[in-house]
Design a protein around this ligand. Structure first.
Ligand code: GAP
Length: 442
């Protein structure tokens, strides 16, 4: 059993991780803002993904395509026709429901009679230019994938790529979800981390299996408990309109197992559709084999917000320390929003404050480090534990004589004294090794 969502929501507010959007006006349904700590966490999640799928591979390129696209894109991709939810309305209380969420034929809220089912397109519509008419309609993209497909030939030719290769992109997507909820799990504006991996038809199943395994292990490597992660194959009746097959990486969220990421075999659906609708030949020509074909596509599609939420939930610990509750976010170091906090034991001693500030300034050049003297040392430790800072450095009276400071480990709460001049190298070592490195003087 994982932690209840309410505890995560309240911790996120209390510690500047995630706030309700436009809160002073009463908010807007299911829209959230990442605060100073949350923005670091989410950036670290996206950086870890980018590092793993772009920098650490030699068969991938990055891309950053625009949110607005020529509307024919959405005709070709099938989203105008197929990206819909069947909906019913209650004739009495006027509440609206997804057909899938209803048991029976009465309104779940008031028992009223329901309307006939009708299709509701999830894409947000807008208008380009000053006049709102049919010819100026545009859509906020509901997935980042299409920006990759329409750039397939640009990237392949300009970067002189041979199949197989992939394109990765991180960016915002928008869906007018009918039943958003569960904090940042399902929102109308969210960020996706998507890969389109182009392969020769016939090699697609093998590549699909490799991506499923690789993406599952990425979450484990970043610290998700194996028991909270599983793979679930889609039944044929739940496959998206473009997919040949699809597996979800699921996480055990507080409300139950739910999708973190989908890995789909999209076949040649997208490139074929875009070829037909644009009149441009999007085939790949294999020089060596003198073969021309439309590549198949394997698509690992993850959500940056959902992944961030899963890492938050999985890192959450409550412990009893000297009969008091201690809340800790036990992130892997690479995900921790702040890597090190420097805390003076006495804030009214200028020499201690100056030394602590100077250590923080030096560390800041290498990683996210903060200086804090706004509370007692016990409270400062608790604050850093709650946002998952792996190391705290305390400068005390003795530091003024022996030029050493105390480094405290978040998880074990173990402390070591380290010479101030070597403290940056020491913290770097600890961050790399994910533990307090022993110097033999604990
Ligand atoms: N291009 C394929 C695609 O978009 P998807 O399963 O609809 O597939 C992929 O979305 C991922 O995007 C999901 O696994 C989830 O992590 C994230 N996602 C989708 N809809 C979301 C929403 N409304 N709120 C937050 N994340 C969402």
């Amino acid at each position: 059993m994982t932690v209840e969502m309410d505890k995560i929501v309240s911790l996120c507010k209390r510690r500047g991780i995630i706030f309700q959007n436009s809160e002073i006006y009463g908010g807007i349904g299911n829209t959230w803002d990442y605060g100073p700590i949350g923005v670091e966490l989410k950036r670290n999640v996206k950086d870890a993904w980018w590092r793993s799928v772009v920098y650490e591979r030699d068969d991938m390129e990055g891309l950053d395509a625009a949110i607005l696209m020529n509307p024919t894109t959405w005709e070709a991709s099938g989203h105008l026709k197929n990206f819909t939810d069947p909906l019913v309305d209650c004739k009495k209380c006027k509440h609206r429901f997804k057909l899938d969420d209803i048991n029976g034929n009465r309104c779940p809220d008031c028992g009223g009679e329901l309307t006939e089912e009708r299709s509701f397109n999830l894409m947000f519509k807008t208008f380009v230019g000053p006049v709102e008419h049919d010819a100026s309609v545009a859509y906020l993209r509901p997935e980042t994938a299409q920006g990759i497909f329409v750039n397939f030939l640009n990237v392949q030719k300009m970067m002189r790529r041979k199949i197989p290769f992939g394109i990765a992109q991180i960016g915002k997507s928008f869906r007018n979800e009918i039943t958003p909820g569960n904090f940042t799990f399902r929102t109308r504006e969210f960020e996706q981390m998507e890969i389109e991996y182009f392969v020769k038809p016939g090699t697609d199943e093998e590549s699909y299996k490799r991506w499923v395994e690789g993406r599952f292990n990425w979450y484990l490597d970043l610290g998700i408990n194996k028991e909270h992660l599983r793979l679930r194959e889609h039944e044929s009746n739940e496959l998206a309109h473009y997919a040949k097959s699809c597996v979800d990486v699921e996480y055990l969220f507080p409300m139950g197992w739910a999708e973190l990421e989908g890995i789909a075999n999209r076949g040649d659906f997208d490139l074929r559709q875009h070829s037909e609708h644009s009149g441009k030949d999007l085939c790949y020509f294999d020089e060596a084999a003198k073969e021309k074909y439309i590549p198949y596509v394997i698509e690992p599609s993850a959500g940056a917000d959902r992944a961030t939420l899963a890492f938050l939930i999985d890192a959450y610990r409550e412990e009893k320390v000297k009969k008091e509750k201690r809340v800790v976010l036990a992130f892997k170091n690479c995900l921790a929003p702040i890597k090190v906090a420097v805390l003076p034991l006495l804030r009214n001693r200028p020499d201690i404050v100056e030394t602590a500030r100077s250590i923080a300034g030096d560390l800041r050049r290498e990683f996210k480090a903060v200086y804090d003297d706004t509370a007692s040392i016990g409270k400062l430790y608790r604050r850093q534990d709650e946002i998952g800072t792996p190391y705290c450095i305390t400068v005390d009276v003795q530091s003024m004589d022996d030029h050493q400071a105390t480094v405290r480990d978040r998880d074990s709460m173990q402390q070591v004294r380290i010479p101030i001049e070597g403290i940056k190298a020491y913290i770097k070592d600890c961050l790399a090794q994910e533990k307090l490195v022993e110097l033999g003087n604990t």
